[in-house]
Design a binder for this molecule. Sequence first.
Ligand code: HEC
Ligand SMILES: [Cu+2]
Length: 364
Amino acid sequence: MPKRIFDTAPRLTGALLGLVSAWLLVGCEETPRNMLDPAGDSAALSATFFNNLTILLSCIMLLVAAIFVYCLVRFRERKGDTSEPKQVHGNMAMEIGWTIVPTLIVIAITIPTLQAIFELEAVPEGDKVEIEVIGKQWWWEYDYINEGFTTANEMHVEVDTVVQINVTSADVIHAWWVPRVSGKRDATPGRIYPMYFTPTLVGEFDGQCAELCGASHALMGIKLFVHPKEGSNSYDEWVKKQKAVAVKPNTAQEKRGLALFKEKGCIACHVIRGDGETELIPRKARLATTGPDLTHVGSRTTIAAATLKNTRENLVRWIDDPLAIKEEAIMANPRFNANYDVSREEAEDIAAVRPLPSGPAPRN
Ligand code: HEC
Ligand SMILES: [Cu+2]
């Protein structure tokens, strides 16, 4: 027996060291999806609520543990003492006490919970940025209905301005969630659920589909860009660029690319506003559009729902073989699009189409 313990000791030490170093590493890592580091009103509300609850429950736990330890010591078996401990069964004061105290605790938790729920559900006053959010396997469509354009995966909003998102789904249930800024909202087919939040910090925030939705659920990311109210990087400037139609192609390669875009059937699922062939789709039909609006795909920092950085090389890789990057990606999923066939050279021509970028093009 002792020998076996001796054998496992180094392994145990190794495992412990591993755990400790993993914990230390996590401590060093940036935590872009940390809901306890809020950058929006509704996330702040959740974080405060979570912190208060943790404090309350920790106090209760410490109190219970203290009483427990006290009892262990105070009422321990003493040598030679064989008498029965004092029996408390049916003690009215204790019965009432341990009925009332937990009830009070539950009430103390319920009241702020209900307050928070009503606060989150209330329709805020004032100007709003209103965006229709449609979850699709495995990306997000954003329709800026008042502005008249559509974009994907990367949502842009204005700091200190109420955002109203109307969330729905075109296929299965997804959930839209940017933990540092907002709560979660389910995207359910046939339903439109609104959610309101006000971002309070300028910056870039990461999110994630929070409802298991199929093979590439883990690759259904979100980015939320919160713009300042003024300056060259303001929300209004971004809107202005997105409203513009795509620039006409110039070079021979760009022209080849755009021709291929039509020949290869890309226009069955994608829109490029202003290319004369694929025009803005009426709102009603948007649920049925399969792929992201590509008018200003070049202005996004990532493609395929925050899966790849938006570089020329990655765009080529994606167009060449989407399935190698995202399992069952609808774009080339044999069940939906059995004939997807684009060579590396063709992908390079298509990725060169210059109308795609708008604003500071992040491609290299
Ligand atoms: C059957 C529909 C379909 C066809 C046809 C199709 N795509 Fe797609 N495409 C999609 C879907 C769906 C996505 C989103 C994939 C994801 O993120 O899961 C997508 C994503 C993209 C993206 C990334 C956009 C972004 O913002 O993330 C590009 C670029 C793209 N497609 C280009 C093309 C090109 C070029 C063709 C033609 C060779 C093409 N697509 C054909 C459905 C299609
Ligand atoms: Cu999803």
